[in-house]
Design a protein around this ligand. Structure first.
Ligand SMILES: NC(=O)c1ccc[n+]([C@@H]2O[C@H](COP(=O)([O-])OP(=O)(O)OC[C@H]3O[C@@H](n4cnc5c(N)ncnc54)[C@H](O)[C@@H]3O)[C@@H](O)[C@H]2O)c1
Length: 352
């Protein structure tokens, strides 16, 4: 039987490089479309696999993207400038990549008769919300960053896209944690664990703010479940927006510290009054769990244990850390931003 092919944009990233494993193991062919902002070490291990192809191209390069979509059944769209601070490094490029190039990709996917399109959005879209209530997919969005604004703009475009032309699923993920082939250390659980081990000191801003968390493996599990699912196809795209995470994994930063202290008890904690990031949201995942299981494969406790092992035992950890933070992104944009902004994304009749 012929294997089906998935195009994963941003496949060399934190989520994508782990997802490739899941997709290859599930019997798919994978095309990884990525400009490799953070290098290729996360996907090197796949290069010898006959079912894997790396396409090192820019998401804003319409011609290459259109070519990459040939002989592809599914698209999982992860490529983006991810997070509030990264988007501030190069806001014009972030808008172009996260929003304009995504719109274009949706159009191209429809033109190429893609069977299913999965878009990775974020619970950051809830921004600042009333933490006495759980935000559901129907709650008002309240973005407090360019990052969330670009994701919401994409959601609107996708929701208005006729599902008969393209079957689209939008997944609003909780904040990820855990080890992947490109472990990011700018995410709360990962960064707290790193700082607690390396510096033995943690400075905590806005300790009582809430956020939901999900292990990167659980993200991949859900993406594959949505890919295989056939029950949602007739629903309008607007109704195929799902929060992805677990009700039981809504935590304040203070809750997370209590867990971290179980495994790293010597850590000194300093609470800081200043508010750098005012996001605060508790999220309901009931809509998701009506269809799929509601138990995480990997809890925050287990995630901290695996992170602790990586940080203590990987001789290359300082480089992994350096490559995962804002500095790597700044270097990339210093060398490439002019070129990136010059790309003309062809959207219908309009040149941007
Ligand atoms: N990690 C999280 O906590 C989290 C939470 C919610 C949603 N998400 C979403 O999941 C997706 C993946 O996130 P991640 O944590 O893996 O991020 P990441 O930064 O690790 O990966 C993004 C990848 O996209 C690639 N990319 C960026 N611009 C590109 C361009 N112009 N052309 C081609 N490739 C480009 C980068 O090289 C990188 O490999 C994103 O869409 C993000 O918004 C992530």
């Amino acid at each position: 039987m012929n294997k089906k092919t998935i195009l994963i944009t941003g496949g060399a990233g934190y989520v994508g490089s782990r997802l490739i494993n899941f997709c290859l193991n599930a019997g798919y062919k994978v095309k990884c479309y990525d400009i490799l902002i953070y290098g290729d070490s996360s996907i090197k291990k796949y290069l010898k696999n006959n079912n894997f192809e790396l396409i090192k191209k820019n998401l804003c390069d319409t011609k290459s993207l259109n070519k990459a979509l040939k002989d592809v059944e599914y698209v999982i769209h992860l490529a983006a400038i991810v997070g509030d601070q990264p988007c501030q490094v190069a806001p014009k490029s972030a808008y172009k990549i996260n929003y304009l190039a995504t719109k274009n990709l949706v159009d191209l996917a429809a033109k190429n008769s893609i069977q299913k399109f999965i878009f990775s959005s974020t619970c950051s879209n809830y921004g600042v919300s009333d933490d006495k209530k759980f935000a559901s997919e129907k709650s008002k969005l309240n973005p407090v960053s360019l990052y969330a604004e670009t994701k919401i703009d994409c959601e609107k475009y996708i929701s208005n896209f006729d599902n008969k032309k393209l079957d689209c699923i939008t997944l609003r993920f909780a904040t990820a944690f855990g080890v992947s082939e490109r472990t990011r250390f700018d995410l709360t659980v990962n960064s707290f664990t790193y700082e607690a081990i390396k510096k033995k000191n943690l400075f905590i801003f806005a300790a009582n703010t809430w956020r939901p968390y999900i292990h990167v493996n659980d993200m991949c599990n859900f993406i594959l479940k949505f890919l295989i699912d056939k029950t949602l196809v007739d629903r309008p795209n607007l109704d195929k927006i799902f929060n992805v995470g677990f009700n039981t994994q809504n935590y304040t930063k203070k809750n997370l510290l209590d867990i971290i202290m179980k495994y790293l008890p010597g850590t000194k904690i300093k609470y800081v009054d200043e508010v750098i990031d005012n996001r605060n949201y508790k999220v309901s995942f009931d809509k998701l769990h009506k269809i799929f299981s509601n138990k995480p494969d990997i809890s925050v406790d287990q995630g901290i244990i695996e992170l602790k092992y990586l940080i203590n035992n990987n001789k290359n950890i300082d480089n992994i850390f350096k490559n995962s933070n804002l500095d790597a992104l700044k270097v990339f944009f210093k060398d490439n931003e002019d070129k990136l902004l010059k790309w003309k994304i062809y959207l219908g009749l309009i040149h941007y």
